[in-house]
Design a protein around this ligand. Structure first.
Ligand code: ADP
Length: 493
């Protein structure tokens, strides 16, 4: 059987750099693929905030390379570290260039809260640097597995710009869509910086309403497209609402599009192993969960009462995540006997919303604006209910983590939320959470009301928690599907 060489390219990788689920996937999936025997290596930009000592990052000797960006020659080099896997190492490479990456944020300037104006150049450089540096590595991938718009140009470069270079001839590409709403749309003047021929600035190529679309390049030029849940794979082909203008090209590529549900890394996200929570627990000693609930509620300076349900939410503060519904439902929700705890970073309008809710309902609402991994774990472990009322959700990870923590999810029935949560049935006591369908605030309020009714029936609630804790969304099954896809793309056994 042929040994697979895979390069996994991502702009975020946990534990080095994270804004959302992409980082969790890029930090876990390659390890699982490695366990199945592939030589998989990860590559990401060398952001300035990544601590070199903590992660034992070193220079790769003689790795200096040059990338042509329009009139300019830009130099870069490679650094390396590894992710440990029970003694086996997954190599991690970092593209180093101070000018582009030695900053406080990944995409957004943390001081102004706005996108870096040169994000196009930063990820054009990243994509070309990856291809340049391969020649220095003495290791050649069979497949470059690209993720989201930041790596969308790689398949295009291979199919066009580099197509006559023997070195790249047999490298195939897989492009995974983690979120179709972020497409990397840029002015066409950047075509020359990207070094892409105008031949491909067409409706069948990279052009999108007279601009460059990096996501579209990934979809059009890769050998296979994947997305992070089967339901989302259907949805993005079905309408402009989910396809964000790319539904046509996705339908065109449908025979080479597959949805593979993300998994959870239970080494990090399991109440039995979680090093970041005050009290470990499992389905066997579920009563201990309340110790985390107390710690959580007190951490947010709210009065603690064991019998008052706590609804938690951990989220990027973005339109996608349903905060407009929460805003519309807030007064109704606050009539219920419960507490809500929010952790989020992002749009000012939603920061303000949450601050307002905290001010208006002081004993009921706890808010932390910012990014905190510790608090994320505490909320998973300490809440009774986890809320994800997303407008769309490619996969969603927190509802999957919540199931394992016995923190019952309330979700909108779309995308990966639909694929991973089963609606509770009062008759049979089956199901793992609560779903609502319509994107409106009364559907959300109804779902919360129903959940709180069930919460008052203690034996039923414990059964529901245990149903969720039994679910197994570990990465193994998904990793096997990726391996099968790699082999299919390479036409090898
Ligand atoms: P998305 O990728 O759309 O942001 P996911 O549910 O797939 O949503 O993944 C979100 C990941 O980011 C989870 O691991 C979640 O715990 C984490 N996360 C989101 N916001 C925060 C935050 N403010 N602090 C800590 N972790 C966060």
């Amino acid at each position: 059987m042929k040994k697979l060489n895979i390069l996994y390219a991502s702009s975020e990788v946990e534990p080095f750099a994270k804004t959302g689920g992409l980082a969790d996937v890029a930090g876990s999936l390659p390890r699982e693929i490695k366990k199945l025997g592939a030589d998989i290596r990860i590559i990401l930009p060398h952001y300035g905030f990544i601590d070199e000592q903590t992660h034992k990052i070193t220079e790769v000797p003689s790795s200096e390379f040059e990338v042509t960006l329009g009139e300019q020659i830009v130099k870069g080099s490679l650094k390396q570290a590894s992710l440990d896997l029970n003694g086996k190492q997954v190599p991690v490479y970092f593209i180093h260039n101070d000018n582009f990456y030695n900053r406080g944020g990944i995409y957004v300037n943390p001081i102004t809260n706005s996108d870096y104006p040169d994000n196009a150049e930063r990820f054009i450089f990243f994509s070309r640097a990856i291809l340049q540096v391969l020649k220095k590595l003495g290791w050649k991938p069979d497949i470059i597995h690209c993720n989201d718009w930041q790596t969308g140009l790689i398949p295009l470069y291979l199919k066009h710009t580099y197509k006559d270079d023997e070195f790249y001839k047999d490298i195939e590409t897989i492009f995974t869509i983690h979120n179709l709403a972020y497409q990397g749309l840029f002015d066409k003047d950047l075509m020359s910086i990207a070094g892409i021929s105008w031949d491909v600035f067409t409706i069948d190529g990279i052009e999108f309403y007279d601009r460059m679309n990096f996501m579209k390049a990934g979809i059009v030029y890769s050998d296979y497209v994947t997305t992070v849940s089967p339901k989302y794979a259907e949805e993005i082909c079905s309408s402009v609402e989910y396809g964000y203008g790319l539904e046509g090209v996705l339908v065109y590529r449908k025979s080479k599009l597959i949805g593979i549900l993300n998994g959870a890394d239970y080494g990090i996200w399991s109440p039995l192993k979680d090093e970041l929570i005050p009290q470990k627990y499992s389905a066997r000693n579920i009563a201990k969960k309340v110790i985390n609930k107390k710690a959580l509620v007190e951490k947010f300076n709210l009065p603690f009462n064991e019998n008052i349900p706590v609804i938690g939410m951990i989220s990027r503060l973005a339109d996608q995540k349903g905060f407009d519904l929460i805003e519309a439902a807030a007064d109704e929700l606050m009539k219920f006997d419960m507490q809500m705890i929010f952790l989020g970073a992002g749009d000012y309008k939603y920061q303000n919303l949450l601050e307002r809710m905290r001010k208006n309902y002081p004993p009921k609402v706890g808010v932390h604006i910012g990014f905190s991994n510790e608090l994320a774990h505490l909320i998973e472990a300490g809440s009774d209910i986890f809320l994800m009322p997303s407008k769309y959700e490619p996969c969603g990870l927190n509802q999957i983590y919540s199931l394992k923590y016995g923190t019952v999810p309330i979700v909108r029935a779309i995308g990966g939320l639909e694929d991973s949560v089963e609606h509770y049935n009062t008759e049979t006591k089956s199901g793992t959470g609560f779903k609502f369908f319509d994107y409106d605030h009364s559907s959300l309020t109804d779902a919360v009301r129903f959940a709180l009714e069930v919460y008052r029936d203690k034996p039923a609630w414990i059964q529901l928690m245990k149903n969720g804790m039994k679910q197994d969304f570990s990465w193994k099954a998904s990793a096997k599907k990726y391996i099968a896809l790699y082999r299919k793309v390479l036409r090898v056994n």
